[in-house]
Design a protein. Structure first.
Length: 125
């Protein structure tokens, strides 16, 4: 009986290993799923998504200087190591090209005639 229980446990563990490996590949694939597949995207995937999701990247925008300041902030306060000039330049080229500065990140205000009445507004008497 002991051998049968032991054998069943080993079989269950052996069957679980591929599932665990497969799920870790899925997480790695998801980490870079949203990145624009242009020159340099693998460098960003390999160096940036090691610490955070690619969603952080795609939700942000900025020119080269903005992205550089973010890298410098991560190096100063988040433990990001030195990238080397060539690697940093390639990453900055990719980020500025594919996630460049937006003209505006807010929607335009509604036209006054579309605004709802403001119940807190002072009423004239």
């Amino acid at each position: 009986m002991f051998d049968r229980v032991k054998l069943s446990s080993l079989a269950a563990a052996a069957l679980a290993i591929p599932l665990l490996l497969d799920s870790s590949l899925t997480v790695a694939q998801q980490a870079s799923a949203e990145l624009v597949r242009e020159q340099g995207w693998q460098l960003v995937r390999d160096n940036c998504t090691e610490c955070h999701s690619s969603q952080i990247i795609v939700q942000n925008s900025g020119n080269r200087e903005v992205w550089k300041s973010r890298i410098e902030w991560m190096q100063a306060s988040q433990g990001l190591g030195e990238l080397g000039a060539e690697l940093e330049d390639s990453i900055l080229d990719y980020l500025a090209t594919n996630y460049g500065q937006k003209a505006s990140s807010r929607r335009q205000a509604l036209a006054p005639h579309l605004m709802p009445d403001n119940p807190s507004a002072a009423t004239e008497q």
